[in-house]
Each structure stands twice: as C-alpha cells, then as structure tokens.
Design a protein around this ligand. Structure first.
Ligand code: ADP
Length: 510
C-alpha cells in the first residue's frame, strides 16, 4: 500500500499512485448487481482460466457514471484492491491547463506510468472535464487543449493490445450526456455502469458498513437506529450517510458519552441535510421575505402533491428551516415494482412547475428569485425525457439519448412539443393552485407559524379547503386524452378513434 516506491518521487504531481489500494468490494454496500458485474472483471484481470479458455477478454475501459458521492472512486479502488493491482489515479480537471500541449503530455505520462506496471488500473475521475463533446460549447475555455487531451486518450486506448497483461482504464463522471461519443465506442469505454442513489435497503447496508468501527449500546439498538436513519435519509448518497455516522461520533464524544444514541444520529442527519442549504439552517436567521417565499413554495408543492399524488413516493413532511433551490418536501419510498404510465410523467411535469408558478402569482413576474429557478429546469427535463426517451408522445416511438442526438428538424420539433407540454403544465398547475388557493394560504400560515407541517395535516387542509372552480385547461394536442384517461385509471379500454390502453400499461396512439 502507499505510493509506488522508486517511481513515487519522479512521478508527476497530478498522478496519485498506490501499489495496491487495500479496498475490497466489502467496503461498498448496496447495488449488489454492480459488484457482481465488476467481480467478473476482477476475475478476468486475475487471469482466471475459466475465462481464458473461453476466449473472454477484459474490457479496455469501464465508465462509472452517477451523482457525486455514490461510491464511484470507491468501486474503482475496490477493483484494484480485489485484483491486487497497482492503481494510478488522476482527475480530468488536472489535465486541462492553459499551456498548450500539457493535456496531451499528461495523458501520455499517465498511461506510460501505468503501462510500465501492467497489469494495472488507471482511474480518471471527472473524465468529462477532458472528454466532453468536441465542437460543443466551450464551457470554461481551454477547448483546443482539451481536445488534444481527449485525442490522446483515444490514441492510448486504441494503442494497447487486448491481452491478458493489460491496463484497465476506469473513468468516472456525473455528466454522461456531455461525453464525446468517441469515448463510448467499442474498444474504449465499452462497459458503462450506472452508480445511482441507494435505495432504502442500500442505505441501511451502507450505514452498516460505516458503523463497523462505531460504538452502540447494543447490537439490537444499533440495528433499530440504523433502520430509522435509513428510512429518513431519502436521496442521501453513500458519502452523506458516512458523514452522518462520523458526525454522530463527534457529537457523542463532545458530550462525553460512551455510545452513539438516537439523539446524536438525528442531530447529525439534520446537519447533513443542512449542508445542501446555504448554511442558514435556523429559521430565525432567514429574512422574513424569504421565509414567506419558502412557505408559499412548500405550500404549492404540497397542494400539487395532493392533487396528483405519486403512488410510488408519498410525501411525508416539509419545513421552511433551510433554504434550498429545490423544495424541502420529504418523501417516503414504497418498495416493490414500479412502473410509470404516461400520465405519471405528465403529472410530474405539472408538479415540478409549482414553485415557479406560485412565486410568479404571489410576487409578480418581475420579482422572481432563485428559489424557484430549479423548478423550471426540472419541469423541462421531465418533458424532454418524456418526449425523447419513452416513445409515448407525438414525437414518435424512437429513443434518443439526448437533444444532441437530433438532426435539426427534429430539434425544432422537440422544442415545439416541449413548449406544448410546458404550456399545458404551467396552465394546469396554475389552475390547480387557483382552485385550491385557500388550501395554499392555510398551509403557508401553518408553515410560518410552526416552521414545519406533516403529511397528515396537509391532507386534512387539502380535503377540507373550499375550492374555486376553474375553466378546463386545454390538453396537449391529440395526446391530451391520455393525460386524463390515465389520471382516472382507465385501463384496458379503447378511447374512440385514437388511444388504446393495455392493462397496467402505457397507452400508445393508434
Ligand atoms: P464518487 O467517486 O462517486 O464521488 P466516492 O467513492 O468518492 O464517491 O465516495 C466517497 C465516500 O463515501 C467513499 O469513500 C465511501 O466511504 C462512502 N461511500 C459512498 N458510496 C458508498 C457505498 N455504496 N458503500 C459504502 N460507502 C460508500
């Protein structure tokens, strides 16, 4: 373990090298299928004869993609650790310098170091910094430099022969969509693995890994507490879960206690949540006007969540104690098989509009602020996903990875249809908020008064609120019928002329 002895000194600063990482697959919890897949690669790297005989060779490149903190680096180190191979790591951002030729030279340096220790592992974190699409918008400058670096990676990967004594290149990114397609071709990063946010069971498993070296009153208490935290920590990454336990350990020590208890864990969870925020966790520090905006935002999100309840993610509570660019509403997860119908996608677009629509309505179009800005982005993303990747709209039944896959006339069509959906979503959202305006006001009052509100109370207010009838919102062109049919849960029936529903399935136009 540690830096590679003799080469350690001459090695360029941007490469970190370890003889072996000492990390194993046991250190990574949740998402078992990822481990199974990578285990196979480790066996090939170890020259397992069962594979050699069948002529199975190791992929040259593995690309791990997913949000930061989900364990991509950990997995790369575990592959090296399990196979007992040297590990050479660099960060994509380190390649790009303002000096001409540096990027390509650094890539060369990295590969030649790794090759002299082959078989070995190269890990390039944030590979998108150097491997983004050529000819795309030049974010952050250094475009030509980056292109040289990218070309060098391609050359290096094409250069080495597929053999048993090889170098495996592992890349990590959270922006798969901006990677140059050339990187993803066969013989380069031809194995792409998504590392996503852990499920509830996954979170529990991760917490257990990081609780190994912590003290609890008893095994039973430990299990119960971790179970509770796993349930509460919806959408937390592995890194954040690890932080909760570390923080709880620190709080315990500060109080001079022997064991981590419920109070410390909940406090740590709260603090971890707060790191998403601007640091102003205490509602007394949030300026009054911002508090009012937050309260309206959460109330609008709550009303839409009642109007279009998401069966897969019932909401649990919300508060106005932290300022985030996304709603504070918390959701529970329901395990079991999940499938989404077209109506579910459309409803998610409508729900996502709530922060922006209410802010505009209450504070005026010239007086918007950033706490609703993300909502617009999210709504358009949902719409684009529905149009490009589900084959459920008038756009057609083909699948497109993203907008850059489109030829110009399709890009125009996408924009037109997305605008249609956005128009519908904004109008529908605004109509729901008007209809339930009194519920919005009541929930806002509770939030301003108590700082928080639970699902039960939200439902109660929603059900009892007087409603103001609204005119019908014009649905999205011919496909609008689906939206309403889906909402009423009609399955297995044919609507006159155009739409059919398979039981429990999505509808397609006929
Ligand atoms: P990424 O490379 O995806 O940004 P990291 O691998 O750097 O994430 O994760 C940071 C730390 O978080 C890891 O070193 C590990 O301690 C913890 N962690 C993240 N995901 C997991 C997981 N699935 N199981 C166990 N620990 C995890």
């Amino acid at each position: 373990r540690g830096a590679l002895g003799s080469l350690g000194k001459s090695r360029a600063k941007f490469i970190s090298a370890e003889e072996t990482t000492g990390v194993t697959f046991d250190d990574f919890a949740g998402q078992e299928y990822i481990k199974r897949e990578l285990q196979e690669i480790v066996r090939i790297l170890q020259n397992d004869e069962a594979f050699q005989d069948k002529g199975i060779y190791c992929p040259k490149g593995v690309l791990l993609h997913g949000p930061p903190g989900t364990g991509k680096t950990l997995l790369a180190k575990a592959i090296a650790g399990e196979a007992g191979l040297p590990f050479f790591a660099a960060n994509g951002t380190d390649f790009v310098e303002m000096f001409v030729g540096v990027a390509a030279a650094r890539v060369k340096d990295l590969f030649s170091s790794a090759r002299s220790y082959a078989p070995s592992i190269i890990f390039i974190d944030e590979i998108d910094a150097i491997g983004s699409k050529r000819g795309g918008p030049d974010i952050g400058g250094g475009g030509a430099e980056r292109e040289q670096g990218l070309l060098q990676i391609l050359t290096e990967m094409d250069g080495f022969k597929v053999s048993t004594a090889q170098v495996l290149v592992i890349g990590a990114t959270n922006r798969l969509d901006i990677l140059d397609p050339a990187l993803l071709r066969k013989g380069r990063f031809d194995k792409i693995i998504r590392v996503g946010l852990p499920s509830k069971d996954g979170r529990l498993a991760i917490l257990k890994v990081h609780a190994r070296n912590k003290f609890f009153r008893s095994e039973e208490e430990k299990d119960n507490l971790l179970q509770e935290i796993a349930e509460l920590a919806v959408d937390f990454t592995g890194a954040e879960l690890q932080n909760i336990l570390n923080e709880a350990g620190i709080l315990t020590a500060r109080k001079d206690l022997d064991y981590i208890g419920r109070e410390e864990l909940l406090e740590a969870l709260k603090r971890q949540k707060g790191t998403f925020a601007t640091g102003q966790e205490d509602s007394t520090e949030i300026p009054e006007e911002l508090k009012l905006r937050l309260a309206y935002r959460e109330a609008a999100v709550a009303v839409l969540a009642c109007y279009y309840p998401n069966p897969h993610r019932p909401f649990t509570e919300t508060d106005i104690r932290s300022i985030r660019s996304q709603p504070n509403m918390c959701y529970a997860e329901i395990s079991g098989k999940v499938y989404s119908r077209k109506s579910d996608y459309v409803e998610s677009i409508v729900r996502a509009c709530a922060p922006r629509v209410i802010e505009e309505e209450m504070f005026g179009v010239d007086n918007l602020c950033w706490i609703s800005a993300k909502a617009t982005l999210e709504a358009s993303r949902h719409a684009e996903f529905l149009i490009l990747q589900t084959g459920m709209t008038a756009f057609g039944k083909a699948y497109y990875r993203n907008q850059s896959d489109l030829v110009p006339h399709l890009a125009v069509k996408l924009e037109a249809l997305r605008d249609e959906y956005m128009r519908f979503a904004v109008e529908k959202c605004s109509s729901v908020l008007n209809e339930y305006h009194s519920a919005v006001e009541t929930i806002t009052d509770v939030l301003l008064e108590d700082g928080e509100i639970k699902a039960e109370e939200i439902w109660d207010i929603y059900r009892r609120a007087p409603r103001l009838p609204q005119p019908t919102v014009q649905p999205v062109d011919e496909y609008g019928a689906l939206i309403y049919a889906g909402r009423w849960g009609i399955h297995g029936v044919s609507l006159p002329g155009r739409v059919t529903f398979a039981p429990g399935n999505v509808g397609f136009a006929t």
